[in-house]
Ligand binder design. Structure first.
Ligand code: NAG
Ligand code: NAG
Ligand code: NAG
Ligand code: NAG
Ligand code: NAG
Ligand code: NAG
Length: 491
């Protein structure tokens, strides 16, 4: 079948008609034929639905075919992090096929416009709600919501095997994994499962090529030591505060139990009240009044060329940036954090309204709220418990890059949640030869960030002025590095 389709995309009209009929016949249960809020023509086919694994773990995906050449372009899996956050965050707010305009009056369905910087302009892309219990994914047995890194990777691998069986026409396309934030753990652990599957001859044999991680949680020491140099460089703490904390902690903040270090670190932390940790240039939302009362110049900070405004507030990526970072064990989820210290910046109205609308659920083949529960950008279900049990991701990166898989580590350089200083340090720590020394990279004729290329096809880049969710803040630049890296051309 793959061959028939390949030929069809080379322009045989009759055959094309047949093969489209064929594809629709195969995927008629999952094709999205229209979407509430959108009255134009889809630039490419879109599919959505559940893949059920282990009997009753129903994993929801939304699949957007490439708008360019679906039979040849890569297939990319996208994962948001949390843990506990839905990949519709990426779909709605970052690099999905639509930009969502809030409906009027407030609370009504949003209007969908095509996103010129959709990652589907150059790749086939699967948005997966993972693990079970997150977003639109659900199980009748909520014991399945007690989960950790290993189980998540195993489940997502099972999902992929079934998904590729169902969409076997994409089977020979190059395949990549991607994600951000806590997906800095999901992606390498999943990649490791995928590679083990390939080596063991598991069918279908995935054509896995590499992975991308943005502002990814990676390693307790590197991430834990990243904050102080970041905030000093960004001018959020004074030289005095910096010198004090370096001296009191001997430059090592991770797992440092010295009381002097604690006190100095607290002084550092006290400087951040009111900042949006996900993008230090963005206002922090404290309720609609305080946003509207901000000076106009402040509201415009972080403005992008995106046709519709980015969120003014965010929440849920509860990875506690002040923490001794990625410690093993249960991960504090945002509702727990919220009751303790007030996670700033909550807003996901457009996505929440859209994904809980019964007509939208029906159009995307999602179960109604009565079955799958309400959609929340990050789950607040108290039965969802997540255990970080896979440790540091550095050994995973070492193995994967040595096995010949390509890796792009990208980082919005104004994110304080998982600051670029940690990602830069751990990539450098692998000790690989530098093949492309630190330099700027360009998009639309401007410096879009900085790059360092390493042996073993490892690339580290920053995205200038972007926060935690890079493509939300810098959609055009994000599409530029995404497409160049997938094509294997120099970023
Ligand atoms: C589609 O939506 C736009 C914007 O809401 C509206 O102006 C236009 O008339 C609509 N077109 C159709 C065919 O309904
Ligand atoms: C819009 O409506 C939602 C509830 O649907 C509410 O939480 C929110 O505060 C409203 N926003 C504004 C700006 O009025
Ligand atoms: C629910 O899931 C748990 C583990 O995830 C399993 O041990 C248990 O047998 C399941 N219960 C039912 C009724 O299937
Ligand atoms: C401070 O750190 C250095 C290495 O960075 C180490 O050699 C030294 O022993 C440390 N000093 C103390 C007092 O922990
Ligand atoms: C990395 O590879 C080594 C050698 O095959 C193996 O022993 C180790 O378990 C692997 N580590 C990870 C995290 O995959
Ligand atoms: C880097 O990636 C290219 C393209 O996939 C591949 O041909 C090459 O062998 C890789 N190099 C290394 C050192 O893995």
């Amino acid at each position: 079948m793959g061959m028939v389709i390949d030929r069809c995309f080379h322009g045989l009209l009759f055959c094309m008609f047949l093969s489209f009929a064929f594809i629709e016949a195969i995927h008629e249960d999952t094709i999205v034929s229209s979407l509430p809020g959108f009255n134009g023509t889809f630039p490419s086919n879109q599919y959505a639905g559940y893949v059920t694994i282990d009997g009753d773990k129903n994993l929801f995906y939304y699949f957007v075919e490439s708008e360019r050449n679906p039979s040849e372009d890569p297939v990319v899996l996208w994962l948001n992090g949390g843990p506990g956050c839905s990949s519709f965050d990426g779909f709605v707010y970052e690099h999905g096929p639509f930009n969502f305009e809030p409906g009027q009056p407030n609370g009504s369905l949003p209007i969908l416009h095509l996103n010129p910087y959709s990652w589907s302009t150059v790749s086939n892309i699967i948005y997966l709600d993972s693990p079970v219990g997150v977003g639109l994914s659900y199980s009748q047995n909520e014991s399945n919501y007690n989960i950790g890194d290993y189980q998540t990777a195993e489940d997502t691998h099972s999902f992929l095997l079934q998904w590729f069986e169902e969409y076997s026409e994409f089977f020979s396309n190059p395949f990549y994994l991607s994600g951000e934030s806590y997906a800095g753990v999901y992606v390498p652990t999943l990649a490791s499962q995928v590679v083990a599957g390939i080596q063991a001859g598991v069918v279908p044999n995935l054509n896995f090529k590499g992975y991308m991680v943005g502002n990814g949680v990676t390693d307790p020491m590197y991430d834990g030591n990243a904050l102080v140099p970041f905030v000093h460089g960004m001018g959020l703490i004074s030289d005095d505060i910096y010198q004090n904390v370096v001296a009191a902690c001997n430059g090592s903040y991770y797992n440092n139990n010295d009381p002097n270090c604690d006190a100095s670190y607290q002084t550092v932390m006290n400087c951040f009240n009111g900042l949006n940790i996900y993008d230090i240039l963005e206002p922090c939302y404290h309720g609609s009044d305080s946003v509207t009362s901000l000076p106009v110049s402040f509201k415009q900070l972080g403005a992008t060329e995106r046709p519709l405004p980015v969120r003014k507030r965010m929440f849920g990526r509860a990875w506690p940036y002040w923490a001794p970072a990625v410690e093993d064990g249960p991960v504090t989820l945002w509702p727990q954090l919220d009751s303790q210290s007030g996670v700033p910046c909550v807003s996901d109205e457009v996505a929440t309204i859209w994904l809980n609308n019964p007509a939208v659920r029906e159009a995307i083949h999602a179960q109604p709220v009565s079955v799958a529960g309400p959609w929340e950008i990050c789950t607040t279900n108290s039965n969802f418990n997540y255990n970080h049990d896979a440790g540091s991701m550095i050994p995973y990166h070492v193995n994967l890059t040595n096995e010949g898989y390509r890796a792009l580590i990208f980082s919005g350089d104004h994110d304080m949640c998982v600051p670029f200083t940690g990602s830069e340090a751990w990539t450098r720590s692998l000790g690989y030869a530098i093949t492309d020394p630190w330099r700027s990279w360009l998009s639309v004729g401007q410096v879009a960030g900085y790059l360092q290329g390493y042996a073993h096809n490892l690339t580290f880049i920053t995205v200038k002025g972007a926060g935690h969710t890079v493509a939300e803040y810098k959609p055009q630049q994000a599409l530029a590095f995404f497409s160049r890296w997938l094509e294997g051309t120099s970023i």
